[in-house]
Design a protein around this ligand. Structure first.
Ligand code: C5P
Length: 234
């Protein structure tokens, strides 16, 4: 898989999702889609099967975090759904990440890509120290979690495009950076604080950009998607 734009399908129902996807019917390129907790918990695994059947690639963003044995078994179930990328919290430890990889790997040796969430972007330095009792700068914590994920054999991390270059320098050029927080230069930032344009994310070395509202809330989502592809992939 090369560089690509992943559209975040942050919808509450299959109906809303398919109404949105119908707007892309005329495009040659089938968008790579992200399915998160809201849609997955509302519709169950059938939503993944149906979207796969329609020919889209899927990043299943369920952020698993539990004891290694439970995560291993849950990953084996997700692997059968044929998602292309799945994820977990690096905070579950290297042992949990290795167990996840084992669970994901199918009998024929193939598996979806597995990426880690380091620290959520909603966690700030104050919460890190006060709630999690982690007394280190956020940047150091994120890079340490990324390195632990790489050493456990994972394929990449979800991070800010502002961190992509450093993650690559710490974990290697082939370690994937999947980056939300993308906005067009002339667009609305919404609640995202640290943002980059698709073109700047490309220059920063992001491998995949995750784009939600700039496409889902656009008047013409297909045109907004094509603009993202043009800026990010060229
Ligand atoms: O609408 P917007 O482009 O901000 O959507 C970004 C998507 O990426 C959402 O699905 C959001 O939950 C997700 N995300 C994020 N920041 C993270 C991890 C995931 O914005 N650190």
């Amino acid at each position: 898989m090369g560089k690509d734009v992943i559209v975040a399908c942050d919808f509450a129902s299959a109906e809303a999702t398919f109404a949105f996807l119908d707007k892309f019917a005329g495009l040659e390129r089938k968008p790579f889609l992200k399915i998160g907790m809201e849609l997955y918990y509302a519709e169950g695994p059938d939503i993944v099967r149906e979207i796969k059947r329609r020919g889209h690639r899927i990043f299943l963003d369920l952020k698993l975090h539990d004891i290694p044995n439970t995560v291993k078994k849950a990953m084996a179930v997700l692997s059968r759904l044929d998602a292309d990328i799945v994820n977990l919290h690096a905070a579950g430890t290297a042992q949990m990440m290795r167990a996840a990889l084992e669970g994901l790997t199918r009998e024929d040796g193939t598996r979806p890509l597995l990426i880690a969430v380091t620290q959520l972007t909603s966690t700030d330095q104050e919460a890190l120290e006060r709630d999690l009792l982690i007394d280190k700068p956020m940047d150091e914590v994120v890079m340490h979690y990324a390195k632990t994920a790489a050493e456990a054999g994972l394929d990449g991390v979800v991070c800010s495009p502002l961190e992509a270059e450093k993650v690559h320098s710490v974990c290697g050029a082939d370690f994937l950076t999947v980056t939300p927080g993308i906005r067009f230069a002339d667009g609305d930032r919404g609640d995202q604080k640290r943002v980059m344009t698709p073109a700047d994310a490309k220059a920063a070395g992001s491998d995949y950009i995750v784009v939600g509202r700039p496409i889902t809330a656009a008047e013409d989502p297909a045109a907004a998607y094509e603009r993202c592809v043009r800026e990010f992939i060229g």
